[in-house]
Design a protein around this ligand. Structure first.
Ligand SMILES: Nc1ncnc2c1ncn2[C@@H]1O[C@H](COP(=O)(O)OP(=O)(O)OP(=O)(O)O)[C@@H](O)[C@H]1O
Ligand SMILES: [Mg+2]
Length: 243
């Protein structure tokens, strides 16, 4: 569903941020990107979400490339990142209407979607409140609901539980598990090991723009000859990071 082939990205002439990354994510799979600050996770996810072009290499979404099928890809992906903020003066209801129109979602279908996702995330009581009056957790839940308004088969979530308390975080991880069961292909980044361990079928550890190791949690622990996943991550980082 998501195919990344030897992708490179340079923001400047001197530095290469992504240095040849390849992986695939299939239907019903959660693929995790783990790595220290600045490793290139957001850069990679922005390219997969077509917000930015790779310097070289190829990214295919359901066999389509952004060069030829940009609009088709937009209908197939849902993208969440902390870099994009909701309009503080808008309301959840207005944002829902706006994005529904953008994705041509029929009115009757929109009502069901809104009812469902507002109910599931407890958004309904806040539906007509201004975004700037809402808590961090509520804003994140609204962002998630909006990013999936068109029920995309591919989900790209950059640190979806960042800044959330454990209760809200659990609502989000439970939802991701459900989406996986429904067959969505999901790629997520996180700094929270418990989230990665609980959710991800496969994890790529990104260090300095390269995949230093990739596999299931068990495989990574075994490969690093570590006691647990956190220690495996640390060992893999130390072995691959160049000062
Ligand atoms: N627009 C930009 N112009 C120049 N350099 C950038 C730009 N965006 C990111 N970078 C650089 O690219 C590198 C990777 O950044 P990126 O945000 O992708 O990392 P990350 O893995 O998402 O980190 P974090 O865990 O902190 O979110 C960093 O060195 C960053 O400074
Ligand atoms: Mg990031």
């Amino acid at each position: 569903m998501i195919k990344v082939v030897d992708v490179h990205k340079s923001y400047t002439k001197e530095n290469e941020t992504i240095k040849g990354v390849s992986f695939e994510v299939h239907e019903g799979q959660i693929f995790g990107l783990l790595g220290p600050n600045g490793a290139g996770k957001t850069t990679l996810m922005q390219m997969i979400a077509t917000l930015m072009k790779p310097t070289s290499g190829q990214i295919l979404i359901d066999g389509l490339s952004a060069d030829k099928n940009l609009l088709d890809i937009h209908r197939k992906i849902g993208f969440l990142t902390n870099e994009i903020k909701l309009d503080p003066m808008s309301t959840p209801n207005n944002l829902f209407d706006f994005f529904a129109e953008l994705y041509d979602i029929p009115a009757n279908e929109l009502k069901d979607r809104r009812d469902q996702s507002f109910a599931r995330f407890g958004i309904a009581p806040f539906a007509d409140k201004r975004i700037n009056e809402l808590s961090t957790g509520m804003k994140q839940k609204i962002s998630i609901a909006i990013s999936l308004i068109h029920n995309p088969p591919v989900i790209i979530f950059d640190e979806p539980t960042n800044g959330l308390d454990i209760l809200t975080s659990k609502q989000v991880t439970d939802y991701l598990k459900e989406l996986k069961e429904q067959g969505h292909a999901i790629i997520l980044s996180t700094h929270i090991f418990s989230v990665a361990e609980e959710l991800c079928d496969e994890i790529a550890i990104l260090v300095d723009g390269r995949i230093a190791a990739q596999g299931t949690v068990e495989q990574l622990v075994k490969q690093a000859e570590a006691e647990n996943f956190e220690k495996a991550f640390f060992k893999i980082y130390v072995a691959n990071h160049v000062e």
